[in-house]
Design a protein around this ligand. Structure first.
Ligand code: DGY
Length: 315
């Protein structure tokens, strides 16, 4: 059958957005399965004019050069740290993202992790499942009270602000840091002051060369003793090895939806720590959110291929 061009989608996507592409005459190759190896990506991208990658596909110059006709990389994510933007720019390839649509879902999961760590939910579930629950006791699984606690938000973009709104509903005091102060009703602090005074620190900043290991050993141990770290942004923001040490006494706990490396290998020391609650990068994994992300990626992709300005350009 005649096709107007090949589109590689590196995983199957929820919803019917890809049908829309097929109806327009594109040959859509959506990779089935949990993984797409580097080797397969390099092979499958050949001949593609459009690419929809996930956050787990490294799209660098080598990938781009395998598909000389590639016009657009429509990321199925708001984060674009997996794409070499300079290489794309140099080749005239447009790069797009899916901002906004996953803000609420990611903020929800941030609160889920925050609550789970502060109130030791995962430990409690484990305790009950293992048959250890034999009595009520005034000192059983005591956690951190959220009312009146200070939440320090690192990166007050869309997701940071959605987290702040939720935290206020729990009676928390919100402070934040970022590149510049914003006209918001929360105190703006330096990163150092925020780490020293927050009961909970939540990361919402993109991963870039400047933010890589932003929360290094020194900063982890500069956090208030007995405080909590939440990361639903990118694993590379935190020094994992130092975090393991900090969780062995200095910190109350950590809630991590993203890790470095990701996924964490089996048997990683973080899994053995009862005060680490780890989820497998599911911040945006609401069904409607993920369907909408697919629609946005397709809208962006079609716009470029049809010669229009994409709604959510990065490059
Ligand atoms: C993103 O969009 O960047 C998330 O990490 C995956 O939804």
């Amino acid at each position: 059958m005649f096709s107007v061009g090949k589109i590689l989608v590196t995983r199957s996507l929820p919803g019917s957005a890809l049908e829309h592409l097929r109806e327009r005459g594109y040959r859509v190759e959506a990779h089935e399965g949990l993984f797409l190896s580097r080797e397969d990506l390099l092979k499958k991208v050949e001949g593609a004019i459009g690419l929809i990658p996930t956050v787990k596909d490294r799209v660098d110059a080598e990938v781009m050069d395998r598909a000389p006709g590639l016009k657009v990389i429509a990321c199925y994510s708001v984060g674009v740290d997996h794409v070499d933007l300079e290489a794309a720019k140099a080749r005239g390839i447009r790069v797009t993202q899916t901002p906004g649509v996953l803000t609420e879902a990611t903020a929800d999961l941030t609160l889920a992790l925050l609550l789970a760590v502060a109130r030791r939910v995962a430990e409690g579930v484990d305790y009950a499942r293992k048959g250890l629950w034999q009595a009520w006791h005034p000192e059983l699984l005591l956690g951190m009270d959220l009312e009146g606690a200070t939440l320090g938000i690192v990166g007050m973009g869309r997701i940071g602000q959605a987290v702040a709104k939720r935290a206020e509903a729990f009676g928390m005091r919100v402070v934040y840091t970022g590149r510049t102060p914003k006209p918001l009703p929360y105190p703006y602090l330096s990163l150092e002051a925020l780490l020293a005074t927050s009961d909970i620190v939540s990361l919402h900043t993109p991963l870039t060369l400047e933010t890589h290991r932003l929360i290094n050993r020194e900063r982890l141990f500069a956090m208030k003793p007995g405080s909590i770290l939440i990361n639903t942004a990118r694993g590379g923001l935190v020094d994992t090895e130092a975090l393991v040490e900090a969780l062995r006494g200095h910190l109350f706990g950590a809630g991590l939806d993203v890790t470095d490396p990701e996924p964490l290998p089996r048997g990683h020391p973080l899994y053995a720590l009862p005060n680490a609650v780890i989820t497998p990068h599911i911040g945006s994994a609401g069904r409607r959110t993920r369907e909408r992300m697919a629609e946005m990626a397709v809208e962006n992709l079609l716009a470029v291929l049809e010669g229009r300005e994409p709604p959510n350009p990065v490059v």
